[in-house]
Design a binder for this molecule. Structure first.
Ligand SMILES: *[C@@H]1O[C@H](CO)[C@@H](O)[C@H](O)[C@H]1NC(C)=O
Ligand SMILES: *[C@@H]1O[C@H](CO)[C@@H](O)[C@H](O)[C@H]1NC(C)=O
Ligand SMILES: *[C@@H]1O[C@H](CO)[C@@H](O)[C@H](O)[C@H]1NC(C)=O
Ligand SMILES: *[C@@H]1O[C@H](CO)[C@@H](O)[C@H](O)[C@H]1NC(C)=O
Ligand SMILES: *[C@@H]1O[C@H](CO)[C@@H](O)[C@H](O)[C@H]1NC(C)=O
Ligand SMILES: *[C@@H]1O[C@H](CO)[C@@H](O)[C@H](O)[C@H]1NC(C)=O
Ligand SMILES: *[C@@H]1O[C@H](CO)[C@@H](O)[C@H](O)[C@H]1NC(C)=O
Ligand SMILES: *[C@H]1O[C@H](CO)[C@@H](O)[C@H](O)[C@H]1NC(C)=O
Length: 548
């Protein structure tokens, strides 16, 4: 024990000399995201957190992000200092008389390791501290929040964010949604949000619109096929917004949690993991290029974690997947004849929303007897996500997705068979989706792909363009395609995920009066912009307020 302690100490000294924190002038910073399998014991989780913070793998990091729901629980809620007060729990409350001991310990650990540390915890707050909140307080006088806490290199609590979009959890909503950022000594300002928040405009996308380029994102996400598995959606979100995203996930594949990664916007994944079978407690580290203020210059991407190795094909026993309601899609089975190449060029509409699919493939001979295959469907969806008891989004999707059989009810599930018994049946040699999307007050169009190892295609494998046909139009023409030189045979999903959030002020939706009120006007030569768009920030503000 004493020996390993000494070893660790010597190691720290050597390391302390050999590298130092990323300075302001460096064009990158070093980040770590932790894929963490929790136990029910706070002390065990805390010990593992400390071990990771002090580990060799973490030594070069400036900032480490831990996932949500892996530390304390309702029985160990803690007060969290107001960042404005610049409180350092390690120094001001060493005996943990006010803050919970784990919070003090992590403040000390940040200080000790001289790193920014982001954790998610269950926070308690006295209702009397928010007199403006007139909602009824719980009988114990406390609000309980799902909260991110950021310690700086000295252990000071410099930021706190309370989750806005709860997903069936027994926590409170804040009185007003919080838009939170924090600055660092390496010159990067981070925004934060938690888990389910990624599907909503406030605060995630709203912070992007305010110019934030880097995000910390602790999650305990339950992956869903075909569009919303963890790494797939994280990478797509970072790409669509062209931002850096540091995502950290709880690691429990058997119940649907896994998927951590670091993504550099249009350049794609720097490091990521989608565990299967069993969880882990591992830190994934990458050097993250900084965005310059103008955001014009794309830096060369450095990879610090080597590329992964052997492809692990997912099956229904290696990862528990939730399933989307794809039976509500307007869809067509792709007829693939064994041993024959094929092409299809067709448009599928749901209502007035249409997607054009231009696809070519080569059918593969089976090499394994009794192998099992995915079949494919083309589908279009224009409607609300119908998940029960949570905030909803309006979605406009165009997708090629897999099914474990020929019926629509077989779609969005993994095959039961494992490993070599799963046979790709086709290689896609051309995949092009073209859509005309209506403009909306708030919306995000995401390239959304998935391979059978549960990781997405990378930007060097696809082409994406989104543009208005002309300045004054209220539509966006989107083309999403596999790169010319590419072929893909282990595909589960190839889609455009159109998130329209609340579907407020979408062009073409509602009465003529409503359209005019939203600022859309049909001019003599087609469509022209009413000055009304200038008032849009006001409208957004009002909506944000009434939503709180
Ligand atoms: C956490 O809460 C449990 C009861 O809910 C308690 O037994 C335990 O001592 C607490 N742990 C810490 C570190 O406060
Ligand atoms: C913490 O506890 C120790 C031992 O009980 C005591 O000596 C010390 O004064 C306490 N420190 C603070 C800041 O309360
Ligand atoms: C601080 O770091 C030293 C090694 O440098 C380690 O022995 C000690 O346990 C750390 N303390 C905390 C609270 O992390
Ligand atoms: C917080 O949640 C509790 C339990 O659901 C509830 O009783 C209380 O009214 C909520 N507080 C506020 C301010 O909404
Ligand atoms: C440290 O990194 C190595 C190599 O990337 C990895 O195999 C190992 O699991 C990591 N350990 C931890 C505790 O993250
Ligand atoms: C597919 O159909 C679209 C729309 O009808 C057309 O614009 C496009 O040229 C077609 N592509 C091919 C390869 O035939
Ligand atoms: C294929 O299935 C048949 C019938 O279920 C079985 O008799 C045969 O052994 C299987 N072959 C292989 C290679 O698994
Ligand atoms: C963070 O997330 C969990 C899961 O929603 C939530 O219940 C809790 O308030 C937060 N923290 C922990 C550590 O449980």
């Amino acid at each position: 024990m004493a020996k390993s302690f000494l070893g660790f100490f010597l190691f720290c000294i050597t390391l302390g000399l050999s590298h130092q924190a990323s300075l302001l002038e460096n064009d990158f910073y070093t980040a770590g995201v932790v894929e963490f399998q929790p136990s029910n014991l706070l002390s065990d989780n805390l010990d593992a957190y400390l071990e990771i913070i002090q580990s060799k793998n973490a030594s070069s990091t400036d900032i480490i992000v831990f996932p949500k729901g892996t530390l304390n629980n309702m029985g160990n809620t803690s007060f969290v200092p107001n960042p404005e007060d610049q409180i350092n729990p390690c120094l001001t409350d060493p005996n943990a008389t006010y803050y919970e001991e784990f919070l003090v310990t992590l403040s000390c650990a940040s200080r000790n390791a001289s790193k920014y540390i982001v954790i998610n915890l269950t926070e308690k707050q006295k209702c009397e501290d928010v007199p403006e909140d007139t909602r009824p307080c719980a009988s114990n006088g406390l609000n309980v929040f799902n909260t991110n806490v950021v310690f700086d290199r000295q252990g000071v609590v410099v930021s706190r964010y309370r989750k806005v979009h709860l997903s069936g959890e027994a926590n409170n909503n804040t009185y007003m949604p919080e838009l939170i950022t924090f600055e660092t000594d390496f010159g990067v300002t981070f925004g934060h949000f938690i888990c389910f928040d990624i599907l909503f405009y406030t605060p995630a996308h709203q912070l992007v619109d305010q110019g934030v380029t880097d995000f910390v994102y602790p999650a305990m996400w339950y992956s869903q096929l075909p569009f919303l598995t963890a790494v797939q959606f994280q990478q797509g979100w970072a790409y669509a917004n062209n931002v850096n995203l540091l995502a950290s996930e709880t690691s429990r594949p058997s119940i649907g949690n896994s998927g951590s990664g670091i993504y550099h916007g249009r350049s794609g994944t720097l490091t990521s993991v989608m565990r299967q079978d069993s969880g882990e407690r591992t830190i994934y580290v990458a050097q993250v290029p900084k965005y310059t203020r103008s955001r014009s210059l794309q830096k060369r991407v450095r990879r610090s974690t080597p590329e992964i190795k052997t492809r692990q094909v997912a099956s229904s026993s290696s990862f528990y997947m939730k399933r989307d309601y794809v039976q509500n899609y307007e869809s067509d089975l792709l007829q693939i004849d064994q041993g024959v190449s094929g092409t299809i060029n067709r448009t599928i509409c749901q209502g007035s929303f249409c997607c054009n699919f231009d696809i070519a493939w080569r059918s593969l001979e089976s090499t394994v007897q009794n192998g099992s295959y995915y079949s494919y469907r083309l589908g279009t969806y224009d409607g609300w996500r119908n998940e029960q008891n949570v905030d909803a989004n309006y979605i406009r999707n165009c997708a090629l997705f897999t099914c474990s059989g020929d019926s629509i009810d077989d779609c969005g599930t993994l095959l039961h068979t494992e490993g070599a018994l799963q046979q790709p049946r086709v290689t896609f040699t051309r995949l092009v989706i073209e859509v005309t999307y209506p403009e909306s007050q708030e919306f995000l169009l995401i390239p959304d792909t998935l391979l059978d190892n549960l990781l997405p295609l990378e930007p060097n494998q696809f082409e994406w363009s989104q543009q208005k046909p002309h300045e004054d139009s209220y539509v966006h023409e989107v083309r999403f395609a596999l790169k010319e030189s590419q072929e893909v045979s282990n595909l589960l999903t190839f889609a455009i995920y159109g998130n329209y959030y609340d579907n407020e002020c979408t062009f073409g939706v509602g009465t003529e009066e409503e359209q005019l009120a939203c600022g859309y006007r049909s001019g003599s030569s087609g469509l022209t912009i009413l000055g009304g768009w200038l008032t849009m920030p006001l409208v957004i503000l009002v909506i944000t307020w009434t939503r709180a």
